[in-house]
Unconditional design. Structure first.
Length: 107
């Protein structure tokens, strides 16, 4: 009976979509490359109480916080603005995708 409970727990862990995938060792094989970790703006966090934040390069940064030498100065609907030594930089949730207004018309 105990073996069934232990095995069920292990199987349940493998099916959790929020868990990272198990290390398969594929990167060690010649000719197989693993994808680069996601960088840039990954999420915008709106809070009922507290400062808004953004997930940038895997780190949660609150408005006014720093990303390297740059400061997070604005959080928009789909972008954030950083100010640093190189000037102003805008990061988008979906780079390369342009948002366009839809006109209402006759069908």
């Amino acid at each position: 009976m105990l073996m069934f409970v232990v095995c069920t727990g292990v199987l349940a862990q493998g099916t959790d979509p929020t868990r990272p995938p198990f290390e398969t060792g594929l990167a060690a094989q010649p000719g197989v490359t693993m994808p680069e970790p996601t960088t840039g703006l990954q999420s915008i966090i709106r809070r009922k109480a507290g400062k808004p934040a953004a997930l940038i390069n895997g780190v949660v940064i609150e408005l006014g916080g720093k990303v390297g030498e740059a400061r997070l100065i604005r959080i928009g609907e789909d972008s954030v603005v950083l100010r640093g030594p190189q000037g102003i930089e805008t990061l988008y949730l979906t780079p390369g995708v342009e948002k366009k207004a839809v006109r209402k018309g006759k069908r």
